[in-house]
Write a protein that binds this ligand. Sequence first.
Ligand SMILES: Cc1ncc(C[n+]2csc(CCOP(=O)(O)OP(=O)(O)O)c2C)c(N)n1
Length: 351
Amino acid sequence: MEPVQLLDPDGRLTQDENWPLELTPELCRDLYRRMRLARRFDEQAYVLQRQGELGLWLQSLGQEAAQVGSISAVRPDDHVFPSYREHAAALCRGITPAELLVQWRGSRNSGWDPATYRFHIYTLVLAAQLPHATGYAMGVQRDGTDEIVLAYFGDGAASEGEANETFNWAATTEVPLLLFCQNNQWAISTPAHTQTRTSLHQRAQGFGLEAHLVDGNDILAVHAVTAAVAERVRSGGGPAMIEAQTYRMAGHSTSDDPDRYRDASELDSWKTRDPIHRLERLLEERGWMNDGFRADLEAECEVFANRTSQECKQLPLQDVSTLFNTVLAEPTPLLTEEHRRYAELVASFAE
Ligand SMILES: Cc1ncc(C[n+]2csc(CCOP(=O)(O)OP(=O)(O)O)c2C)c(N)n1
């Protein structure tokens, strides 16, 4: 099955009458601006990690269309459950750079109040957010409101029991849940095609979910499909799943070297499908992006990058002992031993 595509890699509009989209210059400029800001933020966070200001960073480079296109197609009061790479989506909800970076600097265990942004904290345990999202959606169902729940997960996470239990649980309870899989082709060094014999959206269909495959680097397709599917979920049509085919253009994290397991030619071929360039070509071809808009956006990106650096450096550095002391109310012997060994290790660097 071919993924839904409304904008080809050369920025040419393609037709798909099943997924109508009211295309306006304002919508395209807004989506483009959000993707550019997200990418600039991500680049800056990477630099901050390399400067030693962050312990770790997981880049969202290349996945901006999947994230911005989907979150901009649901309502601001729809609760979102991310995994850990959804920075572009988080920024769309107004989460600040400091809130996004605090966890990766090790200053606090997590960064923001989920109730304020209707955006749950990051979940590092793969797929653990999916049963949480389903449970939350059961609550929404019982409250009888017209909210929906949007939950992100990756192709690797789809191999977890929790993901498959969620498919089944959501389908049988008919909760208002929209599952959004960013299939970025890799789970660290494991290619997606080695983890499943059927495509992920077909697996979801097997569980009884409405499921669609979309070109995740085509922001117009992601936006149109998510908007239509979200409205079906909202109007009682039952849960659904969207698989967005995209690509993780960076390493898994700043501790990973993707050159050790994937060909440069693969990255090169995905660079020609860069989600930002694609929309840029459309904006240029239609004359929807003048010099003023371009210059203002460049300046806004630089201001945002500077703000990101400043907010990051102002975050207090935490004594790691606090992390050991705040995990469990009653520490286990193992935790106490790990804490002792950690203190010993730190002391060995005293000089
Ligand atoms: C339950 C669990 N098992 C293993 C890991 C280690 N791990 C962290 S990220 C990752 C790969 C995840 O790949 P995917 O779901 O495709 O998301 P991506 O990182 O590509 O965005 C693995 C195996 C983990 N965090 N949680």
